[in-house]
Design a protein around this ligand. Sequence first.
Ligand code: NIG
Ligand code: FE
Length: 410
Amino acid sequence: MNDLMIKNIKSLILPKKTEGPLKGKEMDELEIIDDAVVVINGKKIVYAGKDTSDFQAKEFIDAQGMIVSPALVEPHTHVVHGGSREHEMSLKRQGVDYLTILEQGGGILNTVERTREATADDLFNKAAKNITRMIQHGVLAVESKSGYGLDKETELKQLEVSKRLEAVFPIEMRHTFLGPHAVPKGRDSEEFLDEMIALLDDVKVLADFADIFTETGVFSVEQSRKYMEAAREKGFRVKIHADEIDPLGGLELAIEQDAISADHLVAASEAGKKQLADSNTVAVLLPGTTFYLGKNEFADARGMIDQGGAVALATDYNPGSCVTDNLQMIMAIAALKLKMTPNEIWNAVTVNAAQAIDVDRGTLDEGDDANLVIWDAPNHEYIPYHYGVNHAHTVIANGQVIFERPGLKL
Ligand code: NIG
Ligand code: FE
């Protein structure tokens, strides 16, 4: 006898499990089964498909004609940090741009100060609120970066807090060392980079990936290559914040270094976008950041997908360039501004996001861990369409209901 059956599902969204990420036209392929059930035993999926009388279960959840998908995967966040930067909004209103704020010692460097002075418990309690909200919004796998320490003690503190979150919440996490996220004020960038390269050995037990911010006034392509080569030699897979603001060639570098993902890519070159198709690198697009920085030009998702590349989507949740932990909002911006189709968007927040952080998530095949969401929506196109609100009705992690949308007390 199975433990649980979810019945009365109007549509079941089933992204396809593959060896690598879905690329190009494959990104628009998504199996949708109407009138479906999901059967769970323990923490595993026994069956997800057309309604049938073949299975028995001890308990039932009536999906009441709602839709069901695998839980979402969030492949790029800076969730562990101290403080907040709401004061930067007025600077932005006065026309001061992101890199100028950073150059003046604000921006990332402000958050570095707040993160250094915070205790591990402060950081944990703050990030726990965001992780809770992510789960409530249907996310059960999260990547989390360091990068607000820029020194050994604080980078380790951030990564340890990230590990603690994974131990407490029923989610799968990946942890990324982003020591070269900014150059501390008054420091020589080359000397500081060498210090971060030396830290790679110390963070190896905590971090799955090594990341760098390749940008004007931060780290050059040459410096980023040096860092990525050093990290790969030590057994890390690499990631990169590439071509977010200026077109420096970060995407080409990511592909050359066999990066698991290249993230941002708003200003990526035509040559780089073309090369994506023949690479193992997933383009992780962060359109919430472009929106929040007030830019008009968004990443060229269409160019990347139409030329055969693999795209995933993330919030980039951080206190400066994208202050939301709602991945459904990003799905809406992707539909509106990246011109991605609903099928591409669903694949980008499930299987391709999973590939970008190397987790076995985003599918509901027999034997998969039962991580899924019942969405209060009539169809899968509806979630990017009705934007800015939470459509998650019930979230199930490892076969257990961990969130049910509360109603009103009337
Ligand atoms: O991905 N661009 C670099 N890092 C983050 C922003 C960090 C911050 O502003 O605090 C990003 O946008
Ligand atoms: Fe980021």
